[in-house]
Design a protein around this ligand. Structure first.
Ligand SMILES: C[S@@+](CC[C@H](N)C(=O)[O-])C[C@H]1O[C@@H](n2cnc3c(N)ncnc32)[C@H](O)[C@@H]1O
Length: 281
């Protein structure tokens, strides 16, 4: 009898351990809500680059070079990187000698942004880091020449909502670059990882054209697409002209020394010493 209880107890513990491992490690907290996801990224931020070990040549080949090439006809292109993490995409782009544009990079993990800010200090005049949720992008419609979001859609509360936002802020004719989870790990993320066909269909359902999805890494497909139409009007020249209040009103923000201020709802968004604009939760 005691033996049976012991076996039952051990099995239960093993099951609990496996469940926790699946929830916190394999799926990075995604079924437990965005606070858990972001908390895990905050914990992991200082080790992220060491664990990922991105290869500089691969980053240039798959990201920096093709994106820069696609933007060559655009004077001083403006790029938005959603869920930027430790600034992988901005880094790949700024390493392209002919890239003459600016990047706005957004993430909800403050610690990931801290790493990004310290790595990218050299580019501070061309890179703006925003601590903000990807679900609601604090920008007016049709302002970015390219919008990117890599290795992140499956961790966001609703990939379609964020993709819709990404398309909204993209200029007509602008480029969308994103990724879709594949490979052996994908089967452990039901409802989060989708088949290539379903991903293409999702992008096409957002009225994107020239959708091209191909194999990228063991765990990801890469996807390129365009927003139909042709861009008109100049790129907004300064950050205040770009930013909108993420709370209720969505009104324009006013720059005040070391903060942005919304005179409709009185919200203040500080600019911290490492240059991050803190919009937060
Ligand atoms: C696997 S990392 C990818 C980072 C970077 N794009 C890259 O390719 O290295 C996923 C990122 O998504 C961010 N993230 C998760 N949920 C988010 C949310 N709701 N809003 C903004 N960023 C979020 C995490 O903080 C993390 O930095």
């Amino acid at each position: 009898m005691n033996g049976l209880i012991l076996v039952g107890g051990v099995s239960l513990l093993a099951l609990l351990g496996a469940l926790l491992y699946w929830q916190l490690v394999v799926t990075e907290g995604v079924y437990l809500g965005r606070r858990v996801v972001v908390w895990l990224y905050d914990l992991y931020a200082s080790r992220y680059d060491d664990v990922k070990q991105f290869d500089e040549r691969d980053e240039a080949w798959f990201l920096g070079e093709p994106l820069n090439k696609a933007l060559l006809g655009v004077p001083a292109p403006l790029v938005l990187d959603v869920a930027t993490g430790t600034a992988r995409l901005p880094q790949a782009l700024f390493q392209q000698p002919t890239f003459s544009g600016r990047v706005v990079a957004l993430d909800l993990s403050r610690q990931m942004l801290r790493q990004a800010a310290s790595k990218m200090a050299l580019y501070r005049d061309r890179l703006t880091l925003l601590w903000q949720d990807a679900t609601r992008l604090p920008f007016p419609d049709a302002v970015f020449d390219a919008v990117t979001c890599l290795e992140a859609l499956e961790f966001l509360p609703d990939a379609k909502v964020t993709l819709t936002e990404m398309v909204r802020v993209l200029r007509p004719g602008g480029l969308l670059l994103t990724s879709s989870r594949t490979g052996p790990g994908a089967r452990w993320m039901p409802g989060r990882a989708v088949s290539r066909e379903a991903f293409v269909a999702l992008l096409e359902s957002l009225s994107l054209s020239d959708v091209l999805v191909s194999t990228w890494q063991v765990d990801y497909d890469i996807a390129w697409a365009r927003k139909p139409g042709r861009s008109t009007g100049p790129t907004p020249p300064t950050l205040p002209a770009l930013l909108r209040c993420p709370r209720f009103t969505g009104g324009p923000l006013i720059r005040q020394d070391r903060a942005f201020f919304c005179d409709t709802c009185d919200s203040h968004y500080p600019i911290t010493d490492d240059g991050v604009v803190e919009m937060g939760w």
